[in-house]
Design a protein around this ligand. Sequence first.
Ligand code: NAI
Length: 669
Amino acid sequence: MNKHWRTEQDQDGIIWLHFNQADSSTNVLTVEALEELDATLIEIEQANPTGLIICSDKPSGFIAGADVNAFSRITDVDEARQQMRQAHAIFDRVERLKCPTVAMIHGFCLGGGTELALACRYRVCRNDPRTRIGLPEVRLGIFPGFGGTVRSTRLIGHLPALNIMLSGRALSGSAARRVGLVDMSVPERQLKVAARHMIMTQPRPHQPTWLQRLPGNGLLRPLVSYFLKKQVAKLANPAHYPAPYVLIKHWRKQANHPKAMFTSEAEEVAKLISSDTAQNLIRIFLLQDQLKAEGRRSDFKATHVHVIGGGIMGGDIAAWCALQGMHVTLQDRAPEFLSQAMGRAHSLFKKKLKKPLLVRDALDRLMPDCKATGVPKADVVIEAIFENTEAKQALYAQLEPRLKEGALLCTNTSSIPLEVLNSSLKNPQRLVGLHFFNPVAKMQLVEIVSATNTDPDTAQQAAAFAKQIGHLPLPVKSSPGFLVNRILMPYLLEAIVLLESGVSGPAIDQAATDFGMPMGPIELADTVGLDICLAVADKLAESLPVKVPERLRSMVSEGKLGRKSGQGFYPYSKGKAQKVVVTEGANVLPGLADRMIMRMLNEAVACLHEGIVSDADLLDAGVVVGTGFAPFRGGPMHYISSEGKEQMQSRIQTLGSEADAGWIEVFKG
Ligand code: NAI
């Protein structure tokens, strides 16, 4: 009796092979599902059908990929190699079937799912916005290992295939059709007809053009590899993210030799997957799932959102909710305060939705509403006005009697304790913090802030709402800076102290990016805005041992606010920091990165001790997603344990004699 795969044969003799993984909302190629597929294929070989159509019974999509959970348990190269070879054998069986084969794709078709589709003779897909086809393995520190490197280059040509694998980008149905990854991209009602059509007519399978095959020529490959590596180097440091470089080398050595390429693929992916880098990236991927799970504890669903304060944050939150299909009313003191927010919303819709009709519909969902008529209808009310306790409390006094029963009342405050804000409410348990980060459309994390008296159900509903709009909820306790700002700020301030002591900005930034941060702290402070950094730092200094550097204060009083004012620690031209490049080798004072990073680690440990987040895994997830903390290191707490606590303590003690020692105490505890 099959658990995951089901076959049915139609009147034309075509076998439809349905994948419907048991106990899961998404199809994933687990070892068990692969073994069952293998056994089913043997039966299909014997049945000698007119054709085979592989499809999914899950509404979410075709196949989301291989089993990433199982990846996280691999520690041994031999075991990994064995798994790759087994998948190769099964997909070879699909490819060798005598009858024509079709993958009928809707929704997600990623990683191993795409590799299975590539083993079919044809592929057809649904052309709606939810169809995404790709090979994103590089984001997990590996590359396609189920035959994908061989079959993708052979099907669509070397450069298009390498582009898809190196970027990890997923394609829409029509983009996949344009590059030849699928043969047809059709509306839902025609999908089955298209699949059947491929079997009955058996057109010549897609082949790359001569020009697309050319870069695979043995004489050209070294040159092409050189340029590919140069491109990749703009995005990924080989010391931190080796996978794309190993992929290029594997291709350079083996392209056009399918047998050797299959062997090399299994070998190289097996080595990568058992490395610390891949295991840490896989860990972060799984932790993001854990954040999503925080949003599944309640089945709260919103259809109408009312946002108050149409500034940077409120305006962008409102636009994002409208983009996600919600009806949104946006309130400010007067209509003129909303013009910029509406303009930014229009640009966001154009960028994300492209088609004018969809842009128009999104604009229709976003209504300026200075008379607050949306309040009684809203399922969620989000306050994002000035960071001022009295102003917020006065607003809540007007809002509370008008709220719909069961509606969420949320604040985007970044620094005022929820206990203070909710003290003026008749029903204080109902206020919850929904702390978004700037820019809302890029920063996925939302801290769900609870005061001691916040209703836990309300906090879970707020997390469900964050998930509903495609963000990642992180439950945190109300305390200064919550989690992310509390950890980030000491690091930024330490960088400014170093700057004050004469170390150059570019050298400081380089030390941090060498560690694996996506951007150096000096440039990051400029990007966030020095006024905002100062406000957060001052707030933290009220309750934590944080010293605010004089240099930061003087920059703000001189109006040097960072990128937005054209001058911060760096001058800016066309939005880009003008910094002197640090010459190779001239860098970097020993211990410079440690001086800054240890501040973060120290604060991370303190947050865990104080119960700001419930456990170390959630802390790691929040800090990586919220600050970009070197993902390949697996998060601050994981980094501490992998380096060894004792090792860390001795490094911190050395630093204690260089910097002021107060801050190391928490870590010791
Ligand atoms: P902002 O100054 O850009 O916008 C505030 C808006 O609120 C203004 O348009 C103002 O006219 C409006 N407003 C003020 N009082 C009002 C009232 N009584 N009724 C209706 N509208 C009113 O401020 P921003 O930066 O958007 O911050 C808003 C909130 O978000 C603050 O609590 C801030 O701490 C928080 N926050 C800010 C972040 C940032 O990077 N700017 C990041 C995360 C949170």
